[in-house]
Design a protein around this ligand. Structure first.
Ligand code: ZN
Length: 79
């Protein structure tokens, strides 16, 4: 009996409700992209979260394998 999936990788995300109540400082920290240097302003982030909630998402979709609620469905790890 196993309820774990050791060979799948899941992206961590946050709920849209969290984004909508987070402070501007928290959002800046959350959304700054250290790889590209691109960052989204807190106002843009809240507008995006509102739009995604209206489309039925619960979580912020952060990858190309997000489910209907926006949460990562997991990725097979290449051996
Ligand atoms: Zn993912």
């Amino acid at each position: 009996m196993s309820h774990t999936t050791p060979w799948r990788n899941f992206h961590v995300t946050v709920t849209l409700a969290y984004m909508l109540r987070a402070s501007d400082d928290d959002l800046s920290e959350l959304l700054s992209d250290r790889e590209t240097g691109h960052s989204v302003s807190p106002a843009e982030a809240k507008a995006l979260a509102t739009e995604l909630q209206a489309r039925g998402f619960t979580y912020l979709p952060v990858c190309d394998n997000a489910g209907a609620d926006g949460r990562c469905q997991g990725h097979d790890i290449e051996a």
